[in-house]
Design a protein around this ligand. Sequence first.
Ligand code: GDP
Length: 219
Amino acid sequence: MVADTDFPHPQHFDFSHIEFLKSAPTLTQCPEDVGIEVAFVGRSNAGKSSALNAITGKSSLARTSKTPGRTQLINFFKIDEHRRLVDLPGYGYAKVPHRISKQLEEMLSTYLSQRHCLQGLMLLMDIRHPLMPADKQLVHFANELELPIHVLLTKCDKLKRGASQNALLQTRHTLSNYSRVTVQTFSSMHGFGIEEAHQKLDEWFNFDDGEGASNRNFS
Ligand code: GDP
């Protein structure tokens, strides 16, 4: 067995100073495309706001009581001068008029494909019904862009341990052809999986000293 000290431990990110920076309705109104961003995305009601709050330890960072599908803005949270968390609008809410959902899709695809500082995507899916068609579409799209995805299978407290493990293995299996995708179980309610999510954020935010652009290929 290799001694623990043989590996440098990544610096853990301190979210204690995280603060709301701005909301943007379009890419042109986003903050300058520098530093590193990690974006949270998922279907409406997947548990994205709760996860953002649990992961940052700020219980009211992202609003959890909003009407699903109404929040159509890209919300930016500043961690430090070089790093931001991004809350992307939830998709797939049936009551949103077609015109709006089309606009939302365009906004998401523009952000994902044109944002150079985007280092990774946290994709949230309710563990009881993961990989709905829109989720699969997103995974495929991100893969084409060489954008890494970390899946949080949310609300795992709703399932018994065995069922939760099965869902995890099944989702990993279904996504095994995508080399940049990792998957974990998560519960904001029970605080389960926060450490694992932090490790992924550490990895993405420590990619360099925060000055550089992402390692994605924009050619
Ligand atoms: P969003 O629309 O993706 O931002 O989802 P929210 O965070 O607003 O959560 C949607 C609903 O799921 C709310 O009623 C939350 O209380 C509930 N929820 C979120 N996370 C969890 C969780 O870990 N466990 C359980 N049981 N419910 C959760």
